[in-house]
Design a protein around this ligand. Structure first.
Ligand code: AMP
Ligand code: MG
Length: 343
């Protein structure tokens, strides 16, 4: 299959072309404010099923439905509890996914047979235009090969999926760079299934304390998580990743020591504030920027760049697990398959 890549520069014919591909049951990757999504008609089981094959995604890992208005929500879920409504009002359109009891219209191919569906109303105008032009909700997981870092640029999607999907709408770099926060609102108590671009602090300001899902506490390895996708190896570059956590001075010293002992091609993930401490260490130093927002925006692209440079071992400085830092650390720990050193 040839994959058509078109840049979106405000022309609606790109959206019209993408919508026509989706209406024929095809796969179209498109930008959102979090990461690029791989979209298919979310009400058509045959179209949605193609997503799993293209990504190599395990068939028990359900898809998020993307809608383009508050009204669309009622067409895909059967119940909207008060707290879910409050969260939607506060954070939609935006990087929050709500898991709610599904409408019978939503096929099992999207929810993997679960009684609830995950739904998000993205803010990115290209995504919103595309969903409206298609006229149905788009089932869309991240547009990467399963297990690889999520794509934050069209070129990442092309690298992983060209030849396997019909079209990529290139809408530039994703503004947030990390996936949505997932809240299970289908049961009596709200639960955080995946930390993401909307912070836990912001959510709790709206609805009070919520429970952490198993997937959050364990980064998804020890117990069966509630967001099925959290159990799989994720966000992994080819290199092995080690996260080093603790006091700044000790962290740097530990990383320098490990780099010197390694004997392999190494890379170090730092911040702008700490990058200079590695100036005399023979390693590839990559800064994620100057704070947690920068780290969220740059993490996935930087993990991909490490592969490009053939790095075999990566040492990453841990971030503080507050605000969006909780989501960044969740992804980093998964990239490291929970290989964390405390100093
Ligand atoms: P991705 O869009 O690639 O970030 O993957 C979607 C995430 O949403 C995965 O971690 C899924 O396990 C999770 N998810 C999707 N649908 C559901 C659902 N019905 N219940 C719980 N988690 C879900
Ligand atoms: Mg994904």
């Amino acid at each position: 299959m040839n994959t058509l890549v078109l840049k979106y520069n405000g022309e609606n014919d790109v959206i019209a072309k993408a919508a026509s591909v989706l209406k024929k049951g095809g796969l179209v990757a498109f930008p959102t404010e979090t990461v690029y999504g791989l979209g298919a008609n979310g009400l058509d089981p045959d179209a949605a099923s193609k997503i799993y094959a293209a990504k190599g995604r395990p068939v028990d890992n359900p898809l998020i439905l993307h809608i383009a208005s508050f009204g669309d929500l009622e067409s895909v879920v059967s119940e909207i509890p008060e707290k879910a409504e409050k969260l939607a009002q506060a954070f939609w359109p935006g990087p929050l996914t709500l898991v709610l009891k599904k409408h019978s219209r939503v096929p099992d191919a999207v929810t993997c047979g679960l009684p609830a569906a995950a739904v998000r109303f993205p803010k990115n105008p290209v995504a919103a235009k595309l969903i409206r032009a298609a006229g149905f909700p788009l089932a869309a997981p991240s547009a990467n090969s399963s297990g690889k870092p999520s794509p934050t640029k069209a070129s990442h999607v092309a690298f992983d999926l060209s030849g396997k999907i019909d079209m990529i709408v290139d809408g530039g770099t994703c503004s947030l760079g990390i996936e949505s926060t997932i809240i299970d609102a289908s049961k009596n108590v709200l639960r955080l299934l995946r930390p993401g671009a909307v912070t836990l602090e912001d959510i709790e300001r709206e609805v009070g304390r919520i429970e952490a899902g198993a997937s959050v506490e364990t980064a998804g390895f020890e117990t069966a998580p509630e967001a099925p996708g959290m159990k799989y190896k994720h966000y992994s570059p080819l290199a092995s990743v080690t996260v080093v956590s603790g006091d700044q001075k000790k962290t740097v010293a530990e990383i320098v020591k490990r780099v010197k002992l390694s004997g392999k091609k190494t890379g170090v993930l730092t911040t702008d504030a700490t990058a200079r401490f590695y100036e005399t260490t023979p390693t590839l130093v990559m800064s994620l920027g100057s704070g947690a927002n920068d780290a969220a925006k740059n993490l996935f692209a930087t993990l991909r760049r490490l592969d490009f440079y053939g790095v075999e071992e990566v040492y990453a400085e841990a971030l503080e697990e507050t605000g969006i830092g909780l989501a960044v650390m969740n992804r980093l720990k998964k990239a490291a398959a929970n290989n964390i050193v405390y100093v």
